[in-house]
Design a protein around this ligand. Structure first.
Ligand code: HEC
Ligand code: HEC
Ligand code: HEC
Ligand code: HEC
Length: 406
């Protein structure tokens, strides 16, 4: 099953006002990719389905792909979806559903959301025998995820597509394995789930499938919690190291070249805007704050991209939140020129130096500054008062213990 979440409509991109064409291109590329890869089931988030670039649902329809949406009714008859997809792989019958929490409809016109668990029951009744249930969960909270986990029915993998719950990746409760792709700004991720034959959970699925085949119910199963070592869960960027159709690979290369070239030069600089100067420059007068800052994870933000196996350090979308001033007025325009600005530096919080002549007061650092990067999609658990303690430059931090507790 493929689920792009809501990665085509990017609030971050909209805010920057610069990547709308990139969103359009990305949507087209995703449709090409899916046309070549033909996954058994395709799911999308509510925003991409109805508000996405070129309305992703119709874009997919033009390639003969109909996305799954189990408990949503769209008022626009042009948005075609199916309630579920069932298929068999390696002797197991899979059922894929895509469920939306009622709150997904908030602020959106054009869709009605039914009770997700009632809709799931109806899909299960229609699908017949099922060994493994795959559930894409959109906008779920902890309470709803718990209801899904504790519900009767076949073993299931619940994918928390937008990270709105506190479940840990690949942890499990009774017959449910939770999978949680890490939020990655505005890019597309594919999550790969590997079920291990020798792991206890697979054994449980075997037993479940046997029990059903022998005409017995699931009651026979023990309900003790199972350990989370039973699936491997990996995520990768779709436009990173994708293998597959050469035609699509060529288009991906073309797209990447475009994001590095045309897309960036389309974001004009303001010649009168105050220039970013970089942390070392501030450090010439504020040695102590520079040292304090270096003890925060903000100082590592560039390194995190360098370590990204899919090349985040070459992707302008990622770079824009992991360095200071990139594509902002007075900031660098090319990734090669971000050298002195790498990491989330002083000026990301305090504004460029020119606003501070001779030590003149800066505006007080407030929440609005943080959420340009700690956006709802990117960091749904962000809490200003709590996070500030771990990020401020006014005191030193112990690197080993500076993680915000979740
Ligand atoms: C320019 C974008 C940007 C801005 C502005 C920003 N951050 Fe961050 N923040 C990041 C990135 C990127 C990381 C991840 C750093 C890494 O690679 O470890 C991060 C990490 C953090 C962490 C560590 C999270 C953890 O898991 O422990 C805290 C705490 C934090 N930021 C707080 C804040 C606060 C508070 C503000 C506002 C005063 C703020 N940030 C402003 C981009 C930003
Ligand atoms: C809208 C701003 C934004 C965009 C775009 C963005 N990031 Fe981040 N990134 C953040 C923030 C904020 C954090 C820290 C919050 C957290 O821990 O989730 C972070 C954390 C990370 C981390 C974890 C660092 C650590 O060790 O804790 C990695 C890796 C990462 N980002 C990679 C990427 C990649 C790759 C992309 C592009 C596909 C990307 N980011 C795009 C804001 C962004
Ligand atoms: C995550 C955001 C953030 C980053 C990054 C950051 N600061 Fe700060 N800084 C703050 C906050 C919050 C305060 C407290 C005063 C306020 O609210 O403005 C502060 C206060 C200060 C002060 C006032 C003196 C003090 O210690 O109270 C100085 C000077 C300063 N910062 C310099 C820097 C320098 C230099 C850097 C980069 C090396 C930097 N800051 C990076 C958030 C940040
Ligand atoms: C030429 C020296 C110099 C440089 C360079 C410099 N500052 Fe300052 N800064 C000062 C002086 C002087 C003060 C006021 C006295 C004090 O509080 O130390 C000050 C105060 C501050 C304050 C606290 C007062 C306020 O505005 O809230 C912050 C924050 C700050 N600087 C941030 C920065 C940042 C960020 C940079 C780099 C972009 C920077 N400074 C570069 C000299 C400098």
């Amino acid at each position: 099953m493929f689920d792009a979440g809501d990665s085509l409509v990017s609030a971050d991109a909209k805010r920057r006002g610069s990547f709308n064409e990139q969103n359009e291109r990305k949507a087209g590329l995703m449709a090409d990719y899916l046309q070549a890869a033909r996954p058994e089931a395709v799911a999308l988030g509510e925003l991409d389905l109805i508000a996405g670039p070129s309305a992703a649902a119709s874009l997919l329809a033009s390639r003969g792909i109909v996305p799954v949406a189990t408990n949503v009714r769209f008022k626009d008859p042009a948005v075609k979806t199916v309630p579920f997809v069932a298929w068999e792989t390696s002797g197991y019958r899979f059922l894929a559903v895509n469920l939306f929490a009622p709150r997904a409809a908030a602020g959106l016109e054009g869709l009605e959301i039914q009770d997700p668990l009632a809709a799931l029951d109806s899909a299960l009744r229609q699908a017949g025998l099922v060994d493994v249930l795959l559930v894409s969960c959109h906008r779920f909270d902890d309470a709803l995820m718990k209801r899904l986990a504790e519900k009767d029915g076949p073993p299931r993998i619940a994918i928390d597509t937008d990270g709105g719950t506190r479940v840990r990746s690949a942890s499990s409760v009774t017959r449910t394995v939770f999978a949680k792709p890490p939020p990655r700004g505005t890019d597309l991720l594919t999550a790969e789930l590997y079920l291990k034959r020798d792991a206890p959970y697979w054994y449980r699925m075997d037993r479940h499938a046997d029990a059903v085949r022998r005409g017995k119910g699931v009651e026979e199963e023990e309900t003790a919690a199972v350990e989370c070592s039973l699936v491997d869960f990996r995520t990768r960027r779709l436009f990173g190291n994708v293998k597959g159709d050469p035609g699509v690979l060529a288009k991906i290369e073309e797209y990447k070249a475009w994001t590095r070239g045309a897309a960036l030069s389309a974001v004009p600089d303001d010649p009168n805007a105050p220039k970013y100067v970089g942390a070392e420059n501030c450090g010439s007068c504020h040695e102590e704050q520079l040292a304090n800052w270096k003890s925060t994870y903000h100082a590592d933000a560039w390194e995190s991209l360098v370590k990204d196996p899919d090349g985040g350090a070459a992707d302008p979308e990622c770079v824009s939140c992991h360095v200071s001033g990139f594509l902002q007025p007075g900031g660098s325009r090319k990734i090669e020129e971000t050298g002195p600005f790498r990491g989330v530096q002083c000026e990301s919080c305090h504004a460029p130096l020119a606003k501070h002549p001779g030590g003149a007061k800066y505006p007080k650092v407030n929440e609005a500054v943080c959420v340009t990067c700690h956006s709802e999609t990117r960091d749904p658990h962000f809490d200003f008062a709590k996070y500030l303690k771990y990020a401020t430059c006014t005191k030193p931090h112990d690197r080993a213990t500076n993680r915000v507790p979740r």
